[in-house]
Design a binder for this molecule. Structure first.
Ligand code: NDP
Ligand code: 8X3
Length: 256
C-alpha cells in the first residue's frame, strides 16, 4: 500500500471549470475535501457551480488569454488561496476541422492564444510561488492530437504538441525542486469540445459521439485526481488515455 496525499490538504487552481473535464475535476476535488479556485469566462456557470459545491469552491471569472487579467487575479488570491498546490491548465479548445489551406486565420489565432499563451500565462503567474514553497504540481491538458496527426488537426494538434513538450521541458527545469509536472493526453471524450469545434452545430457535434462509448469527463478527472494525490516523490510525466473504442488508423497513401 502506498500513502497517497490527503486531498483535504490540497488547493487547486483549475482553468475551464464551466464545462467538461474542468467541471468534473472541480467536483472530484471538492467532493474529496480539496479546495478549488475555478476559472472560466462564463460567470453564470461559475455561479451555478458555486451553488453546488459550496465553501471550498472559489469561482474566478477569467479569460486566460488576457495576461494582465491572469496576473491580477492570481495576485489577488488571499485567505490561504495564495498558496496554490496544483495548477491544472485545462482551458482550451479546437476550432474547425478544415484543411490548413481553407481555415479562417482567426481560428488559428484563438487556439494559439488560448491553448498555448493562456496556459503560459497561468503557469508563469503560479510557478514561482510553487518553487519558492518547494511544493506544487502543474498538470497540463494536452491531447493525443499532439502526438498523432489527423486531417484537419493542423493548428489544434500543434498547440497540443507544444503543451506536451513544454510540460517535459518544465520537468527538466524543475529538477531538484519538489514541483511535479504532468501532461495529460486524452483521446475521444464527450464534452462540449465538439460543439465548440463546430461553432454550435449541435448535429455535427453529436455525430462525433454517435454509437461510440467515448470517455467521460469523470474518466479524465479521475486520472488527474490520481496523479495529483500520489506520494510526493512520484511524478507521472505523461498519461495518454483513449476509450477502448478508439485506436490507430493506417498511414494514408494517395494513389493516382
Ligand atoms: P469543453 O469545451 O467542455 O470545456 C472547455 C473549458 O475551457 C470550458 O470551461 C471553457 O470555459 C474553458 N475555456 C475555453 N477558452 C477559455 C478562455 N479563453 N479562458 C478561460 N477559459 C476558457 O472541453 P473539454 O472539457 O473537452 O476540454 C478541456 C481540455 O481538454 C481542452 O484543453 C481540450 O483541448 C482538451 N482535450 C479535450 C478532449 C476531448 O475529446 N474532449 C481530448 C483531449 C484533450 P468558458 O467557455 O466558460 O471560458
Ligand atoms: C481532442 C481529441 O482527437 O478530437 O483533443 O483531437 S481529438
Amino acid at each position: 500500500m502506498i500513502q497517497t496525499l490527503d486531498p483535504a490538504g490540497l488547493t487547486a487552481f483549475v482553468t475551464g471549470v464551466t464545462s467538461g473535464f474542468g467541471k468534473a475535476l472541480a467536483r472530484r476535488y471538492v467532493g474529496a475535501g480539496a479546495t478549488v479556485v475555478g476559472t472560466g469566462r462564463r460567470a453564470e456557470r461559475l455561479d451555478e457551480l458555486k451553488q453546488e459545491l459550496g465553501d471550498r469552491f472559489h469561482p474566478l471569472p477569467l479569460d486566460v488569454r488576457d495576461n494582465d487579467a491572469v496576473k491580477q487575479a492570481i495576485q489577488g488570491l488571499s485567505g490561504g488561496l495564495e498558496a496554490i498546490d496544483v495548477l491544472v491548465n485545462n482551458a482550451g479548445l479546437a476550432l474547425g476541422l478544415e484543411p490548413a489551406h481553407e481555415v479562417d486565420f482567426d481560428d488559428w489565432d484563438t487556439m494559439v492564444d488560448t491553448n498555448i499563451k493562456g496556459l503560459l500565462h497561468c503557469t508563469h503567474a503560479l510557478l514561482p510561488g510553487m518553487v519558492e514553497r518547494d511544493r506544487g504540481h502543474v498538470v497540463n491538458l494536452s491531447s493525443i492530437a499532439g502526438s498523432y496527426p489527423y486531417p484537419g488537426g493542423n493548428v489544434y494538434g500543434a498547440t497540443k504538441a507544444f503543451v506536451t513538450q513544454f510540460s517535459l521541458n518544465l520537468r527538466a527545469d524543475l529538477l531538484g525542486k519538489q514541483v511535479r509536472v504532468t501532461s495529460v493526453e486524452p483521446g475521444l471524450a464527450e464534452t462540449e469540445f465538439s460543439e465548440v469545434r463546430f461553432k454550435g452545430a449541435s448535429d455535427k457535434a453529436a455525430k462525433v459521439y454517435e454509437n461510440v462509448r467515448a470517455m467521460t469527463p469523470d474518466d479524465i478527472a479521475e486520472a488527474i485526481f490520481w496523479v495529483t494525490t500520489l506520494p510526493r516523490h512520484l511524478n507521472i510525466n505523461r498519461i495518454e488515455m483513449m476509450p477502448v473504442a478508439q485506436a490507430f488508423g493506417p498511414l494514408a497513401v494517395h494513389r493516382g
